[in-house]
Design a binder for this molecule. Structure first.
Ligand code: WTA
Length: 661
């Protein structure tokens, strides 16, 4: 189902006219110059070839740039060979920078580790040898289910080093979500931990792996490597389970990287689509690495003395491109923090900025809004003067949060880069260039040099400045997905069929009078909750899989804190219908169903509200009209209901809800 971009955000954004030209001191030292746009415009493919040669080391140099003959599957730099782990680690050591700190690790309980590039090289080589010894090799798939640890980065790079594709599954996903991802990728190895620290307590991970591997379709898995993090008691399957430290201890510190073709798979990352089944987004090596390094260098203005911190978890694409591949390929020094921002106190992030002298911070609007709610006296208690550039990603940032971020965190001087991209795009696509672009609160603004994006109407015609429509990408780009794992047809249908021959991103957008792009949120059945993508259909099927539920409809309702919140409408089966007739009964049903969704998908997918209703609004063809449910969920007057098969349904729903309150 496709709906028009939501009206309220459009209204707010149309009134936003503030702009912040770059400070001349910043512009003078910036990596990016306006000429970058001209270079890319003069020869787009030549521009990318230059980036690939300058920012990435090739074992065999490439001679071809783009091969689009099998569109929409692109091949970039296809006759070159390279290794992503070599680029991220070894070449820095070879260049005499082995003593440079790669990672300042801070555990939630306060334990720390300083990891240099030389340390990283030893660990990655050992882990690569350990993986080989377990029979994992080029072309295999490895599922990684870990908290934010140094080992998580090492595990990803070890896979890349041997030519095995990793598939990282966010630690907040349930055993069942893990199982389906293991099965879909036919993984042969799972790397996990006994647990991680979360809100001041150890939280177990390994039991979810055990449960997943007891489930269907996971017989391909031969071994489970377990990182010891919390030391908590852990069930063990002898022969299958192996401690990470045991495997690494006996492994050699020399490992020859496996040189792979530029188009060799680097990773699969599952993300929610408009159907119940998550999509395994496939990324390959050369083009992905090129664009990750390029964007990291220019969008974040990375310099040798910067301390960079991206707060994303490696379970998301932001963690892949801007914790692992972008920063490490560029030889950056970065902070990795295991825990939540409010453990043991709400100033923890700012304490870390002060402690490590963080100069570049990349985070999500939902985190910024949470800090706004906690109050500005909390960051004010720390010295944040080291911060010189701020980034935002994951969802549209509302102008007020942007202004707060700039003023309270950025000392009114740090430029903010609002970066639009997706799991599918692999790297940043639309963003201001710091030092070049006059930034506007709430807008991602301009396609990066080398990227072609536009906003089009229903017929794929570009809208004029001031107009709104759908965001599309009109030329292939190096880090673009190469498909959906095992399903070419779904790849073509999802992204390339809405507008023939151009990539449909699924986002609504508008162009302002300067032609700058403002993102307005998803136009499909994908929700964005705290910057995490969730599918309405996936949550609906989780709800319907519970015994007491007959039917369910899920909507993303606007939420001040999380951007959107999951609100579910359920019809109970006849024999259970009475259970929700009292407030206590409704509360119990709600709790039971929320827990069920957490078990089926993961705690992040738990509906914020579940409303038990007697009917759902449907069109004559049986389609649920989510627009009307969103009106209810957002406490608005219900809109036009004339296309409903039974127009009294909305009254029934409203009457039932007010009686239940
Ligand atoms: C949304 C995260 C507005 C958008 C990198 C996109 C954004 C989806 C922005 C991808 C932004 C991401 N402004 N919206 N700066 N960044 N989005 O795959 O709806 O987890 O389609 O990738 O997040 O989410 P994903």
């Amino acid at each position: 189902m496709t709906t028009k971009p939501e009206a309220p955000s459009l209204e707010n954004l149309l009134h936003e006219t503030r702009a912040f030209p770059p400070a001349s001191a910043f512009a003078a030292q910036a990596n990016a110059q306006a000429s970058l746009y001209d270079e890319a415009a003069a020869d787009r493919l030549g521009f990318w070839a230059t980036q690939a040669r300058e920012l990435v080391s090739w074992h065999t140099p490439f001679t071809q740039t783009l091969d689009w003959s099998d569109a929409p599957v692109a091949r970039w730099f296809a006759d070159g060979t390279l290794n992503a782990a070599y680029n991220a680690v070894d070449r820095h050591v070879e260049a005499g920078r082995g003593d440079r700190v790669a990672i300042h690790f801070e555990g939630e309980p306060g334990d720390t580790r300083t990891v240099t590039y030389a340390d990283l090289q030893r660990d990655v080589a050992r882990a690569a040898n350990a993986l080989n010894a377990l029979g994992v090799s080029k072309g295999d798939r490895v599922v990684i289910y870990l908290p934010m640890l140094v080992e998580s980065v090492v595990a990803m790079l070890a896979c890349a080093r041997i030519g095995a594709a990793h598939s990282v599954v966010f630690g907040g996903f349930s055993a069942d979500a893990l199982r389906s991802r293991i099965a879909d990728a036919e993984a042969t190895l799972v790397i996990t931990a006994d647990g991680g620290y979360r809100r001041g307590a150890p939280s177990a991970l390994k039991p979810a792996v055990d449960e997943a591997l007891a489930g269907e379709g996971t017989d391909t898995v031969r071994h489970v490597l377990v990182v010891r993090r919390t030391g908590q008691e852990t069930a063990w399957t002898p022969g299958r389970d192996i401690w990470w430290h045991d495997a690494l201890e006996s492994a050699d510190t020399f490992h020859e990287p496996v040189w792979v073709d530029a188009e060799h798979p680097l990773f699969i990352l599952y993300t929610s689509g408009t159907t119940g089944k998550p999509k395994g987004i496939l990324h390959t090596t050369g083009g992905y690495l090129t664009q990750a390094a390029y964007t990291h260098r220019y969008v974040f203005d990375l310099k040798d003395d910067d301390v960079y911190w991206c707060t994303a978890d490696i379970g998301w694409v932001t963690g892949h491109s801007y914790v692992v591949y972008g920063p490490l390929t560029n030889g950056a020094t970065q902070v990795i923090y295991e825990g939540t921002p409010d453990t043991p106190h709400r100033g923890r992030w700012w304490e870390l900025v002060e402690k490590y002298g963080v100069s570049i911070l990349y985070t999500a609007p939902t985190a910024i809004r949470t800090c706004m709610k906690w109050g500005e006296d909390i960051p004010a208690a720390f010295d944040l003067s080291s911060l010189r550039l701020l980034g935002s990603v994951g969802e549209p940032i509302n102008p007020e949060a942007w202004m707060w971020y700039r003023r309270v965190i950025g000392g009114d001087t740090a430029p903010i880069v609002d970066t639009w991209w997706q799991t599918e795009t692999g790297a940043i696509m639309i963003s201001p260039l710091p030092g070049v672009t006059a930034t506007k609160p709430g807008s991602a603004q301009v396609p990066l040099p080398g990227i072609a994006a536009d906003v089009v109407d229903d017929e794929a015609h570009p809208v004029p400045d001031g107009g709104g429509g759908y965001l599309v990408l009109t030329e292939p780009w190096p880090a673009m997905l190469r498909g959906i794992w095992g399903d070419r047809q779904r790849y073509e249908d999802t992204y390339w069929s809405r507008f023939r021959g151009i990539y449909f991103a699924g986002d609504g957008a508008k162009k302002d009078d300067d032609g700058d792009i403002w993102l307005l949120g998803r136009v499909d059945d994908v929700m964005n909750v705290s910057g995490h993508r969730l599918s309405t259909t996936e949550i609906e099927s989780a709800l319907v899989s519970h015994d007491i539920v007959a039917e369910a409809a899920v909507v993303g309702a606007s939420d001040d804190m999380t951007g959107q919140a999951v609100v579910a409408f359920v019809i109970l089966r006849g024999e259970h219908a009475d259970r929700a007739s009292t407030p206590e009964g409704a509360e119990a049903v709600q709790q039971e169903l929320r827990n069920h969704v957490a078990k089926e998908i993961g705690p992040i997918a738990k509906p914020k509200r579940i409303l038990v209703v007697p009917e759902l609004p449907k069109t004559r063809s049986g389609k649920i009209m989510r627009r009307l449910l969103r009106d209810v969920a957002e406490n608005r007057t219900v809109g036009d209901a004339t296309t409903l098969a039974d127009s009294s349904v909305m009254e029934l729903i409203s009457a039932g809800l007010s009686a239940g309150r």
